[in-house]
Design a protein around this ligand. Structure first.
Ligand code: ADP
Ligand code: MG
Length: 510
């Protein structure tokens, strides 16, 4: 890499802002990217990394700010336009069109014409030329459906090269790759850097920084925190840049005095894929945080406990009794509630009324004993709306028209009706505005106070630190640590276990 002090940036981002309903995803972000560098962009989940890159690549449009490529202001409105300008985003969401061949993908949307017809010969030759450069083991006529993920990624890179992209953005490119494939990808990235391309590489794996990064920039809460290079790219510096906020007093709640250890016991839970033998216990009246990076297996673990997915091993005990959970209904009947991460696609019935969303589970449960009449429904709903302070026009208002925070409260209300003994919450404050967040924290505290074992999965470290009385840290499908000491429940310690900077320190005795 050249000396950035004497070079002019290839790409300059100034004061970029982007708001989504309820969240300021980017808040005045500025960044310089130089030719011939691998610029790693890091940040916690939700920091704004993908949003920034999608704006550069014409997928989203900024609310404010400027982008310059080679000194020329640009405002790409589509990915194809960005690509023609010289910026290509490679991520799994965009991906390749699997019904097309490699060459068709490479030229999709910009097919070369000769005398009014698509010039397949040119497409094929040009694609072959680039595939050769990349050392790709397939040819232009290969149907992309037959390619592995790593190979489809090469098609994306080939497309960028055919379009003469000078800035290549890769959003978590190694997430689905094997070790061997990752090594190959890194070689390929280094070769592209030699050719003077700028690679913007998004990751939250610290281990990758040492191997690939020339410089590292960090985003946090939609803000640019800083850029480090050389010796400053050490793990501790980067971790503290990623997590360094302090919001502790935001989470004030009383600690429950009704704790009974080993109220929930999970033994040797595994699915043969993402969860690799997890055992832990939680006390009644406790808020047990489960932390870890995305992909560490937290949500998969929750789904296994709840019977939403089928595991290959595992036992669940509640209050000394083994529960045989083969389906969510078994879990509900065992007193286990679960609010999934994907509130909109899994939890809520968006077109149904708020009332129907609230009484759904209790109706199912009561249906075994008799019919719940209309006035029961009305009073349950009225009480829940009051207790959880749900803001809506009427109980008949469809769930879809409520704000994120109030939707989340609907789900909590639904689960509270069945009087759970264990409540698993997966990212309960994602996409929820700050006011509703603090109310949800208060509710979680109250639920625990009543003697429920609350299992609280969250990617937002400050809220885990603030809310949980104990924190389990997961990494690659296993528990790395059980942090019980209040002094050690902090973001640095959690991140150190989550990223593997610290050796695992956990043993469960049944
Ligand atoms: P990262 O890639 O760093 O994990 P993102 O850029 O994906 O973060 O998200 C930043 C914030 O913007 C998060 O709070 C996320 O929930 C929100 N967000 C991202 N995309 C959308 C969207 N399409 N609609 C609403 N909110 C979004
Ligand atoms: Mg992202």
């Amino acid at each position: 890499m050249g000396d950035t002090n004497t070079q002019t940036p290839l790409l300059t981002v100034r004061n970029l802002s982007k708001r989504f309903p309820g969240v300021q995803a980017l808040d005045g972000v500025s960044l310089d990217v130089y030719p011939g560098e691998v610029h790693v962009l890091m940040g916690e989940n939700g920091a704004g990394k993908s949003t920034l890159m999608k704006i550069l690549a014409g997928v989203y449009h900024a609310d404010g700010g400027d982008i310059e490529l080679d000194g020329t202001p640009i405002k790409p409105t589509t990915p194809l336009e960005a690509m023609d300008l010289g910026i290509t985003l490679i991520n799994q969401e965009l991906g390749v069109a699997t019904n097309l061949t490699v060459a068709e993908n490479v030229f999709m949307g910009s097919e070369p014409h000769r005398w009014g017809i698509i010039d397949r010969k040119f497409m094929s030759e040009k694609t072959q030329e680039v595939l050769d450069k990349l050392g790709a083991p397939f040819d232009p006529d290969t149907p992309t459906a037959t390619l592995k993920v790593a190979e489809q990624q090469q098609v994306d890179i080939a497309r960028a090269l055919v379009h003469n992209s000078r800035v290549l953005i890769m959003d978590e490119p190694t997430a689905a790759l094997s070790e061997r494939e990752i090594d190959k990808l890194f070689d390929r990235i280094k070769a592209l850097r030699e050719q003077g391309l700028a690679i913007v590489y998004i990751s939250h794996r610290l281990a990758e920084v040492a191997v690939i990064a020339d410089r590292v920039s960090v985003l946090r809460d939609g803000q640019y925190i800083g850029t480090v290079t050389g010796d400053d790219m050490d793990k501790n510096t980067i971790v503290s840049m990623m997590v360094g906020r302090s919001l502790e007093d935001f989470y004030e709640h009383e600690v429950s005095d009704t704790k009974t250890d080993r109220f929930l016991v999970v033994k040797d839970m595994a699915d043969g894929k993402r969860v690799r033998g997890v055992s832990f216990q939680a006390a009644a009246g406790e808020i047990l945080g489960i932390s870890g990076l995305v992909g560490s297996g937290r949500s998969e673990l929750a789904r296994l406990i709840f019977g939403a997915d089928k595991g290959i091993s595992g036992e669940v005990w509640v209050d000394g009794e083994q529960m045989h959970i083969r389906s969510p209904l078994d879990a509900i009947n065992s007193g286990i509630g679960y609010v999934p991460e994907e509130r909109k696609s899994e939890g809520l019935f968006l077109q149904m009324s708020s009332q129907e969303n609230i009484v759904m589970n209790v109706m199912q449960q009561k249906a075994r004993f008799g019919i719940l009449d209309r006035s029961d429904n009305d009073s349950i709903t009225a009480e829940a709306i009051r207790q959880l302070n749900i803001k809506l026009a009427s109980p008949r208002t469809p769930a879809v028209s409520l704000s994120g925070g109030n939707q989340q409260k609907l789900l909590l209300a639904r689960w509270l009706q069945i009087k759970p003994r264990v409540l698993i919450l997966d990212e309960p404050t994602r996409g929820v505005d700050v006011g509703a967040k603090s109310e949800i924290y208060r509710l979680i505290g109250e639920i625990a106070q009543q003697g429920v074992a609350v299992v609280f999965i969250s990617s937002e470290l400050p809220e885990v630190v603030g809310l949980a009385q104990r924190v389990l840290v997961m990494r690659e499908g296993r528990i790395m640590a059980d942090i019980t000491d209040k002094d050690r429940i902090n973001q640095e310690t959690i991140m150190a276990y989550a990223t593997g900077v610290r050796e695992p320190d956990y043993a469960f005795t049944a």
